[in-house]
Design a protein around this ligand. Structure first.
Ligand code: FAD
Ligand code: DLZ
Ligand code: SF4
Length: 509
């Protein structure tokens, strides 16, 4: 007699996942399902769906080989109930199970659906993180500002990563000031390891092409790793070839180098194929062996045990309404150019084409190109959030929403950031080669050919002046704005307004 169903979701593909650790072989039944509701809550990039379905199928096969009773539902199974709760009920009826053991999903929507099931569902806390919910809540308790840097130091102490006793290795907690070099002249890294699709992947690619071929995003060529072994090979390759220069060029952007020295590890960690600590230990070992400098190792480990853990803490601390917040009351529709519509702004064109082709863009492209533009242009943050959740292979709400709604769009009212990440074209010009081949001129502030980021930057500051002019971290920007003569300010605002109107009217801008 089957006693319990053990639910494993598409982003929980790890043998250490708590629901599995709790399960008893020979008694419990593992439930995994490719379902319409999960595949359509946003229009996911076809590469993201293919990656997850292929990785799910391989993980299920591994569990079955290890002797588990796995009930796996394929997307095109005529019996497919179309949702996770539906599949659980169907399997409960089939097996007689009375109870479900799950690992808490990374999205409030699904947590609530499981809570509302007519069967008892235990949602165990996901232990693939360094900090538990309770630890984060304790850290946050009573603090006026939840700054990542302080939390990060706690995580360094907790894990012992890059520590010499109680002191940080290299004498400093943070080497960020060495990690802001502009785009390099030559790249000595051929990019991430690529994997030829096997029969399992090919079958999934055909399915995804048939079912989701209309979604934004190029499916083939498909080269992601889809199991733990290949994800580990990918990691080892990047540590050897990419890590040494990761720190130096972390913020740089180059037209012909979409990946630069970035690790592309996010999609694998988030789906469960790699554990964040195994990634960080490997990075630390490369530094200890003299194969990577401290600014690269520290910069990287900060992203994983600092930022990644911090945004997860914020998502669960702030509650289910977080991803819908719109503190600046921005209401413009997301421009068509985000879905591949024509644009003359080369930086946006590059970031969007790369997103379409690879389901990937690195952090600075997400923050300072697509995110910056949406914020400056006054786009509704919920639409921005849904775009990011759809188009990146590493996107799940627990990690995407605090980055988009909080860090990038300042729509959470300053929980994540103390000031909005906005910049004129100058920053993009300094950190990339995009402006060289742009229709607009980054040095031109108004008039014919003026870079739209230059106009919109002041438009943003002016329209939100009541919110931000008292912020000491923005005082210099407002001083510069108010020092301009009135006619110049009027010209900037008029031209920015005309640009926004043209964009909203559907003109190519
Ligand atoms: P690398 O640059 O090699 O960094 C290493 C790892 O550090 C990443 O894989 C990731 O696990 C972690 N990391 C770095 N920065 C962050 C961060 N800000 N938050 C959380 N983890 C971080 N990351 C996601 O994993 N999923 C998302 O849906 C997502 N959406 C984002 C949306 C916006 C608007 C912004 C500004 C950032 C977003 N990020 C997201 C964070 C970051 O951009 C990606 O983690 C990173 O670009 C993934 O590429 P990589 O694996 O090559 O990372
Ligand atoms: C993202 C995703 C997709 C596209 N499809 C499935 C699926 O068919 N079955 C499944 O179990 N999980 C899928 N996922 C991942 C879930 O959406 C994810 O578990 C939740 O958003 C919580 O992070
Ligand atoms: Fe982007 Fe402006 Fe540079 Fe063009 S000139 S690439 S719009 S920042």
């Amino acid at each position: 007699m089957v006693s319990r169903l053990i639910l494993i979701l598409g982003d929980q593909l790890s043998e250490e996942i708590p629901a599995l650790a709790e399960a008893k072989k020979g008694e419990d039944v593992i439930v995994m399902a490719e379902v319409r509701d999960e595949a359509t809550y946003v229009r996911h990039h076809p590469k993201k769906i293919a990656f997850l379905f292929a990785a799910m199928r391989k993980f299920a096969a591994r569990l079955a080989d290890a002797g588990w009773d796995v009930r796996y539902t394929r997307y095109d199974d005529p019996q497919n109930a179309g949702s996770i709760p539906g599949e659980l009920l169907r399997r409960a009826e089939e097996t007689g199970a009375q109870e479900v053991i799950a690992t808490q999903p990374g999205e409030w929507r699904l947590i609530q659906l499981l809570d509302e099931m007519p069967l008892p569902v235990s949602q165990l806390e996901d232990t693939r993180f360094i900090a538990s919910h309770a630890e984060f809540a304790n850290w946050a308790e009573g603090r006026k500002e939840l700054r990542m840097e302080w939390f990060y130091r706690e995580m360094r102490r907790k894990t012992g990563l890059l520590m010499k006793g109680d002191e940080p290795a290299g004498g400093k907690w943070n080497f960020d000031h060495e990690n802001r070099k502009p785009a390099p002249d030559g790249i000595e890294y051929s990019g991430p390891m690529q994997f030829t699709p096997d029969a399992v992947v090919e079958e999934v690619l055909d399915l995804v092409e048939a079912e989701f071929g209309e979604n934004f995003g190029t499916l083939r060529p498909f080269w992601f790793a889809t199991d733990q072994g290949d994800a580990r090979r990918h990691l080892a390759h990047w540590i050897k070839h990419g890590l040494p220069l990761f720190g130096d060029y972390q913020d740089a952007m180059l037209e012909d180098e979409q990946f630069l020295y970035h690790s592309l590890v996010g999609l694998y960690i988030n789906a469960g194929l790699l554990h964040p600590m195994e990634v960080c230990r490997a990075v630390e070992a490369a530094w200890q062996d003299g194969d990577a400098p401290i600014n690269a190792a520290e910069g990287y480990i900060r992203q994983v045990i600092g930022w990644r853990e911090y945004v997860r803490g914020i998502y669960f601390l702030e509650g289910p309404d977080y991803s819908r917040r719109n503190n600046l009351n921005q209401q413009r529709r997301l421009p068509e150019l985000y879905w591949g519509g024509e644009t003359r702004m080369n930086c946006l064109a590059q970031a969007v084409v790369q997103t379409r082709d690879e389901a990937y863009a690195h952090h600075i492209q997400r923050l300072m190109v697509t995110g910056n533009f949406a914020l400056l242009a006054g786009v509704n943050p919920t639409e921005v959030h849904e775009w990011y959740l759809a188009v990146y292979a590493d996107a799940y709400e627990w990690v995407e929403a605090p980055n988009t709604v909080g860090m990038s769009q300042f729509a959470d009212g300053g929980v994540v950031g103390s000031k909005p990440y906005v910049s004129s074209g100058n920053y993009i010009n300094k950190m990339s080669d995009y402006c060289k081949r742009c229709h607009y001129d980054v040095k031109t502030k108004t008039g014919e050919g003026a870079c739209p980021f230059n106009l919109l930057y002041w438009h943003f500051l002016d329209r939100h002046r009541h919110r931000f002019e008292g912020n000491p971290r923005m005082a210099q920007m407002y001083r510069t704005w108010y020092r301009m003569d009135e006619q110049k300010r009027k010209t900037i605002l008029d031209e920015a307004g005309a640009f926004l109107k043209m964009m909203s009217d559907g003109a190519v801008v």
